[in-house]
Design a protein around this ligand. Sequence first.
Ligand SMILES: [Zn+2]
Length: 197
Amino acid sequence: MSKVGFKHSPKSLAKMVVKQRSRVPALATRLYDRIEFDPNGGCWLWTGAMPTHTGYGTITIGGQTIGAHRASWEIHHGALPDGLHVCHKCDVRACVNPDHLFLGTPADNIHDMMVKGRANPKRGDSHASRKLHSSDIPAILARLADGESCRCIADSYGVTDCAINAIRRGKSWRHITFFDSDQGVRGANNSAHEVAA
Ligand SMILES: [Zn+2]
């Protein structure tokens, strides 16, 4: 009988771990074959397959296509826990430098997630910003417009950079932001300023 809250039984989990470990050498060969070092930011830029609409590199192994950055995480840190995303500190989607990657989720703070051991966060961008208040959004947008990195802004609010990136891309807090296509920037609309005042 499977226990509520666990997606996999211990037996199937053990099988999965063994299978994933055994593919690491092959994954590493593929990954290191297709890397260009960026001396400026220290990024390891993936030069292999990359579906244009995502900006993320991909590696196909054993009939399964996975993100190159996810492959890098698996090689250097081990199998990915269910439901977690591999995020970029450097905001460069093609980067596979393990030092530039961290585990995150659009739904929860990473630390909170690990402490509670939850594996299936709820989907939905609204959860990404639950530690943020509408009054924070104008300041965040202003900092983004100034060219500050998502990571840096995220740190100052204690949220993941995925959460800040979601605001930048208009995936969350859309009700109080607008996108200026002439300038190519996202800004806060009037109601957001009222909330902030
Ligand atoms: Zn990087």
